[in-house]
Design a protein around this ligand. Structure first.
Ligand code: FAD
Length: 394
């Protein structure tokens, strides 16, 4: 009999509007036609043609697609999530480029920036002509960014930024960096403020981090701020304290709740396809009960992951989503996706360890996705606090 798709099994399209299905299908076609044929090579070479790709993604309308005005597409959160899902079905590195550009760098400027900052950067960033990065993490402060040492000191009307940021996606290729730093301003926790830093400012450098075994089709860098002098207007006026970067991170985590399910779906579809044609002990691997049990169990998680993500999209579009709800989506999607990627790898046997198939690439990528945008432990603690009323972070 004809096999069903996962979409049919869970009647997923019945939960989406025709316009959302159209956007999803457009992004899926772009991803399959323009990215999938090259992605294994980019991953192997650890080289991403990011500038060209950013322009193509800008043309597709996915950069800052859920923001309004300034050349952004003004789509719903659900539509943005669906785009993340389709991009990550090809590679988490491509979704990372889009997340950092749209949800971290552009969102920060859009939400917290001055009119001048918005006009200067957002239209070019939406078109993919300017690339942005978001510098929060430091070598000694990841899960606890409140401890950051990067600081901004006044010199007359200017600001002087000093410090080091670490693990910054798009860092070496960025035209603009949104950098979070301690100031002596007294509003907000320890006076953390965000600065819009053109990366050609003297004293700014962004050496690339090499030898990554995960997210190889993504640029990751250190940001070195060696007395970077900026005008007074470089500070984003509306972000005060950690709420600034944390609000942006919530936006990106929302995209990951969708995105990681895309990686899981791609692994499962690959494994089902492989199992149907691989002959073991004279029969297709797909005809063995152990294989079917694996496939059925993984399908349940992929299906439930979609339902959780779609529901998050709906509540975000109603303006009701909470950080705890985003944590449930991010934690569940990434944790299940990585387990599914590993289980699918077993179905592919030795073939599963090569870049011939997407599965080990997804599994390795998801190691980063499990850690960035809040580690799985941080999200467990967020959910734990929501349910018990007890904060266990320190
Ligand atoms: P740590 O905070 O040192 O944590 C190490 C381990 O300890 C983790 O398992 C953690 O969960 C656990 N832990 C920490 N505190 C507790 C606690 N209280 N209770 C229990 N367990 C705890 N950052 C940016 O700012 N911008 C970016 O663009 C960016 N891109 C990234 C790209 C990649 C590929 C990667 C890998 C990271 C990126 N990051 C970025 C950084 C990322 O956000 C951090 O790695 C993450 O926040 C974790 O910080 P850490 O690595 O310092 O780990």
């Amino acid at each position: 009999s004809n096999p069903q798709s996962l979409t049919q099994l869970f009647a997923l399209d019945s939960l989406l509007e025709p316009e959302e299905i159209a956007i999803r299908d457009t992004v899926r076609k772009f991803s399959d036609d323009r990215i999938r044929p090259h992605i294994a090579q980019w991953f192997e070479d650890a080289k991403l043609p990011a500038r060209d790709l950013a322009k193509e993604l800008g043309g597709l309308g996915v950069l800052g697609m859920h923001l309004d005005g300034y050349g952004c597409a003004g789509m719903s959160a659900t539509a943005y999530g669906l785009a993340c899902l389709e991009l990550e079905a090809v590679d988490s590195g491509i979704r990372s480029l889009v997340s950092v550009q749209g949800s971290l760098a552009m969102f920060s400027i859009h939400h917290w920036g001055s009119e001048e900052q918005k006009q200067e950067w957002l239209p070019r960033m939406a078109a993919g002509e300017a690339i942005g990065c978001f510098g929060l993490t430091e070598p000694d402060f990841g899960s606890n960014p409140a401890g950051m040492r990067t600081n901004a000191k006044r010199d007359g009307d200017d600001w002087i930024l000093s410090g080091t940021k670490m693990w910054i996606t798009n860092g070496s290729i960025a035209d603009v960096a949104v950098v979070w730093a301690q100031t002596d301003l007294d509003e907000g926790p320890k006076g953390i403020r965000g600065f819009v830093v053109p990366t050609d400012t003297p004293g700014f450098s962004a050496p690339e981090i090499h030898a990554k075994m995960s997210l190889r089709a993504s640029v990751t860098s250190e940001l070195v701020l060696d007395g970077v002098r900026l005008p007074s207007s470089a500070m984003m006026p509306l972000a005060k304290g950690l709420r600034g970067p944390l609000t942006a991170l919530g936006e990106a985590r929302f995209g990951i709740a969708f995105g990681a399910i895309g990686a899981a779906r791609d692994c499962l579809e690959t494994a089902i396809d492989y199992a149907q044609s691989r002959i073991v002990f004279d029969k297709p691997l797909a005809s063995f009960q152990l294989t079917q049990a694996k496939i059925a169990d993984m399908a349940l998680e992929v299906g439930k992951g979609h339902l959780l993500a779609y529901n998050l999209g709906r509540i975000k579009d109603r303006g009701e989503v909470t950080p705890e709800q985003i944590s449930t989506g991010k934690l569940n999607s990434v944790r299940e996706a990585i387990a599914i990627a590993r289980e699918c790898r077993t179905i592919l046997g030795a073939n599963g360890i090569t870049l011939e198939y997407p599965v080990i690439r997804h599994a390795n990528n998801l190691e980063s996705v499990l850690t960035y945008e809040g580690t799985s432990e941080m999200h467990q603690l967020t959910i734990g606090k929501a349910l018990t009323g007890e904060a266990a972070f320190r």
